[in-house]
Design a binder for this molecule. Structure first.
Ligand code: GAL
Length: 667
């Protein structure tokens, strides 16, 4: 169960990134006043302020930040204070040219945008920690300080560095991991292509090369990058914790985001913070829901908040559609429904200049006036979130789980595979299946305790350690339902194939062996016969499966493998396993797994019903994500309960206008 309230943080947070350095001090008092009007109780300050806080090397200017924090404290607005290290000032690049990150091809990242530093630069690190030290010492006891925000979206723009310092660090990292070159040569299969290493300084980071780099080297580099960024975060966090052991520390995560293994990072956060920017025109509601479910699952015992989202449009897609009236509210309440204890925005006041001036904010260019739709929705949401305080700290119970593993993501999407598999997209197929049934899912690691779940999905689990395969098998053997999809159980942690027939360690549990596969180009399909005789067109991957006890539930209907299984079912111990040897569309997947995957509350298409629980109390969120009015039958826990947003008692159903929502609290 979440441990909210964390010391100092409001129970339900509401606010945004606040960048007062972009404005004359005369605006600050108005900001504080407007924040109160909007119900804002937390703002993130200073994220990109380094150049203002240390305008010359070693010359710090905190006077302006003192005034900002004092003004906010007087207004009763708490601060999630950044240590301001996300983007170093230009002087740092001039003084220490090697602090800039280096791309695979040797190209240098220069200042002029943001986040151009290398996490492996000792100069960057020293200066960043010195600034952190000063900030922590100065504001440790400031009444506005509620939390620390470290750096910003680590690795967001810079996802590799091949500088000399990074190369040295990589060699050191490998030495620590493998101890001997023999062990490294073995793990990396360097007998292949004359890659055998005779000295540590013969090894480079995987730089530009004529053809594919060694996949084990690439995989280790991905781990090294994750480790290096985490190490930097831990150093920054340690400074803050030394000064203020009781102040919660976090850094903001993104979704979908491949370069960092947030599972590991979450172990070092005091609460989880997510930045979420689903395309309001293109993305259906399950896209944002995926991120919320993943974030909640990283540390279920900790609170999570949406730290950034857009009030309406962003600036960084090729075309930026706006959120329609009510859509921002619905997406915000969706986050709360799925476990968030508050939502914040990027940003408070829309910038006048700079690259993000057309990114929406809580206070738009037009200003905060009653006629502004954005401002009206912002103040409306602030008032409503205050009414949702009873939700704070309540938990979310999931009946299903999806295995999601960052290491697998890194390995699966390396080149030279039978087909291009987009891991997040394949996983989303299964999340969407559950979302449309209002069945809440947790995301778990392959070694997690799975016993609480009625069904567990393991999509495209290409990299699978033997012990983890055993964990999945044991879950099924003990009575669970395990659904595995194609290209699973293929390699170990060194990208070495587990020989003897795929999916090696899962073969017994699934009751089948895969001998070969057909990679299908984008647009190519293979006809598959479903139960009941209907056919569907499968895509991406088609495996040639030999049954070893499992029964086929669908078969390929073309190519030389016509008649061979495309989906199977197998009794295993007290449970059952299911295998999908190709990628099915939503309708076929639902058909194949009907009766296997339980259903949550019934609702019309586009309406989400999610529950949070606190003790015996159930809070039911009914969210209409469509542009049409709907009547939604209420699940038992909500019928006759009171809507926390309107104060009205419900009957057996609720009518909701376009994008409207209700939150029922039942005892
Ligand atoms: C985030 C970032 C913010 C802002 C925002 C715009 O990635 O943390 O600083 O750039 O995107 O959507």
């Amino acid at each position: 169960m979440p441990a909210f309230p964390l010391p100092r943080l409001p129970r339900i947070v509401y606010g945004g990134d606040y960048n007062p350095e972009q404005w004359e001090p005369s605006v600050w008092a108005e900001d504080a006043h407007l924040m109160r009007e909007a119900g804002v109780n937390l703002v993130s300050v200073g994220i990109f302020s380094w150049a203002m806080l240390e305008p010359r090397p070693g010359r710090y200017e905190f006077g302006w930040l003192d005034r900002v924090l004092d003004t906010l404290a007087e207004a009763g607005v708490s601060v999630c204070l950044a240590n301001a290290t996300a983007s170093p000032p230009p002087w740092l690049a001039k003084k220490y040219p090697r602090s800039c990150a280096v791309a695979r091809d040797g190209g240098v990242m220069f200042p002029g945008s943001r986040q151009h530093y290398s996490p492996f630069s000792a100069d960057y690190r020293r200066c960043a920690l010195a600034l952190t030290e000063r900030l922590a010492a100065r504001y440790a006891r400031h009444p506005a300080l509620a939390a620390w925000h470290v750096n910003n979206e680590y690795s967001c723009h810079q996802q590799e560095c091949h500088s000399d310092a990074a190369t040295r660090a990589f060699r050191g990292w490998l030495r620590k991991k493998y101890r001997t070159l023999d062990a490294l040569n073995e793990a990396w299969t360097t007998a292949f292509w004359s890659q055998r290493y005779g000295a540590w300084d013969e090894i480079w980071t995987p730089r530009r090369a004529p053809y594919h780099n060694n996949p084990a080297q690439e995989l280790d580099y991905a781990r090294f990058w994750d480790d290096g960024c985490l190490d930097l975060y831990l150093a920054e966090r340690a400074v803050l914790k030394r000064h203020t052991p009781d102040v919660p520390v976090t850094t903001n995560f993104m979704w979908p985001f491949k370069p960092l293994n947030y599972r590991r990072w979450a172990q070092h956060c005091d609460f989880i913070a997510l930045d979420t920017y689903p395309d309001p025109h293109g993305a259906p509601p399950e896209v944002a829901a995926f991120g919320h479910d993943l974030m909640r699952s990283l540390r279920p015992e900790l609170p999570f908040v949406v730290m950034e989202q857009a009030t309406t449009q962003v600036n960084w897609r090729p075309v930026n559609g706006l959120k329609r009236p009510g859509q921002m509210r619905a997406l915000s309440l969706q986050a709360v429904a799925r476990g968030a204890d508050g939502v914040m925005f990027f940003q408070w006041r829309q910038s006048q200049g700079g690259a993000e001036k057309f990114h929406s904010a809580m206070v738009p260019h037009a200003g905060a006036y009653a006629g502004s739709r954005v401002w009206r929705e912002v103040t409306g949401l602030g008032a409503e979130l205050a009414q949702l305080t009873p939700v704070a700290g309540s938990g979310v119970k999931a009946r299903a789980a999806i295995v999601f593993d960052w290491e697998n993501w890194w390995a699966l999407e390396l080149p030279s595979k039978p087909a291009r598999i987009d891991y997040a997209a394949v996983v989303a197929d299964f999340h969407r299946l559950c979302f449309r049934r209002n069945l809440t899912v947790d995301f778990v690691t392959p070694d997690a305790d799975l016993s609480a779940y009625e069904v567990v999905f393991a999509p495209a689990l290409y990299l699978l350690r033997a012990a983890d395969a055993m964990n999945l098998s044991d879950y099924a053997r003990a009575g669970g339902k395990l659904v595995v999809s194609y290209f699973s159980g293929i390699v170990d942690e060194h990208e070495r194939v587990a020989l003897g027939g795929y999916p090696a360690h899962l073969r017994e549990a699934l009751g089948l062996v895969v001998e070969e596969w057909d990679g299908l180009a984008p647009g190519a399909t293979r006809r598959v016969k479903l139960p009941g005789g209907k056919t569907t067109q499968a895509v991406e991957f088609a495996e040639v499966v030999h049954l070893e006890g499992a029964k086929a539930t669908a078969t390929f209907a073309e190519d030389f493998y016509a008649g061979k299984p495309a989906a199977t079912r197998h009794r295993f111990g007290a449970g059952e396993t299911f295998y999908l040897a190709t990628r099915f569309d939503d309708a076929a997947l639902a058909r194949l797994l009907d009766g296997v995957v339980p259903r949550g509350a019934q609702a019309p298409a586009g309406v989400e019903i999610s529950e949070r629980r606190e003790g015996r109390r159930t809070l039911t969120f009914v969210l209409n994500h469509t542009r049409a009015a709907v009547t939604v039958p209420l699940p038992r826990a909500a019928a006759g309960a009171t809507d926390l947003l309107t104060g009205r008692k419900a009957g057996r159903s609720v009518k909701l206008a376009a994008f409207d929502c209700a939150v029922f609290a039942a005892r």
